[in-house]
Write a protein that binds this ligand. Structure first.
Ligand SMILES: Nc1ncnc2c1ncn2[C@@H]1O[C@H](COP(=O)(O)OP(=O)(O)OP(=O)(O)O)[C@@H](O)[C@H]1O
Ligand SMILES: [Mg+2]
Length: 263
């Protein structure tokens, strides 16, 4: 296996904390001295605007410096990397044109493996310790590409009734991906937006602990307005307010992710 580990953040449930988790884990890893490349795989370009203001993000969408161009033209991902301003942390921005990615992939040779091939040279170089991929809230050909390009999958889950609903589809989809990418492993489920005052949260925790064969990360992320203030300032909370509760929780979750990804 290459030194570079690829971790996807995916869940077909919208708003489950995928982008916030990817953005903060990436920044926390960089603060720990790791070299990290994040890939924004969603047409909502939320990971891109986690680091850049809207004007800059739209410029990347227009000038071709984005994942959509890389996939459409099947090019080496290295040509699409931008610096985030955080030392050791780079990004491949997204574009609203990702809305048409299913169509763009349709006629391609080995269409589930296009992203994997775009990553091949960067992986072979081994410069990055981690490549983190933020997925859209769908389960189609593009997310199949993300899973087939990844070594590990982290599933952010919101601690709510509908947060759990649909998780079985997610596992089923992952099993399908394993037919093409047998080495793909679910690293674990990360609970986000937890509110410990609610009885329902404890029930969610118990349900997830009993999920057969799937690790539940010990460090979960509680609901915290600092996350939103940080996003409003185009920064991950671990950089915006290091002492906030959610920043500390994200740093601890990152340590867990690193530990399990290196076992
Ligand atoms: N710990 C938290 N405390 C408070 N708000 C949070 C927290 N984590 C995420 N949020 C908010 O919840 C919303 C959804 O989070 P996020 O965008 O990360 O989810 P997502 O799974 O990427 O969504 P999508 O499926 O649309 O891509 C965002 O508005 C974000 O600001
Ligand atoms: Mg998102």
């Amino acid at each position: 296996m290459s030194k570079t580990k690829v971790i996807a953040f995916a869940n077909n449930k919208g708003g489950s904390g995928k982008t916030t988790t990817c953005s903060n884990v990436g920044c926390a890893m960089a603060a720990m001295g790791k070299k990290v490349l994040m890939i924004d795989g969603d047409m909502q370009i939320n990971l891109t605007i986690s680091y850049f203001n809207e004007d800059q993000a739209l410029e990347y969408a227009q000038n071709g410096k984005n994942i959509h161009t890389a996939i459409k033209e099947e090019k080496d991902i290295a040509d699409f990397v931008v610096e985030t301003g955080v030392e050791g942390l780079d990004l491949v921005p997204s574009s609203p044109l990702m809305s048409g990615i299913e169509f763009d992939l349709f006629g391609k040779w080995q269409r589930e493996l296009v992203l994997k091939k775009c990553l091949e040279r960067v992986r072979a170089k081994g410069y990055y310790d981690y490549i983190l991929i933020d997925s859209p809230p769908t389960l189609g050909g593009w997310v199949m590409n993300i899973m087939c390009a990844s070594d590990y999958l982290v599933i952010p889950v919101e601690a709510s009734p509908w947060g759990l609903f649909g998780l079985a589809n997610m596992f089923e989809f992952c099993n399908q991906a394993k037919n093409i990418a047998p080495n793909l492993k679910i690293l674990g489920i990360a609970i986000t937006k937890a509110d410990e005052r609610k009885k329902y949260f404890k029930q969610t925790l118990e349900t997830l602990k009993e999920t057969d064969g799937v690790r539940l990360f010990e460090n979960y992320i509680r609901v915290d307005s600092a996350v939103e203030w940080a996003q409003d300032n185009s920064k991950p909370v671990v950089a915006y307010k290091k002492t906030s509760r959610s920043a500390v929780e994200y740093i601890n979750l990152t340590k867990e992710i690193i530990e399990y990804a290196n076992r």
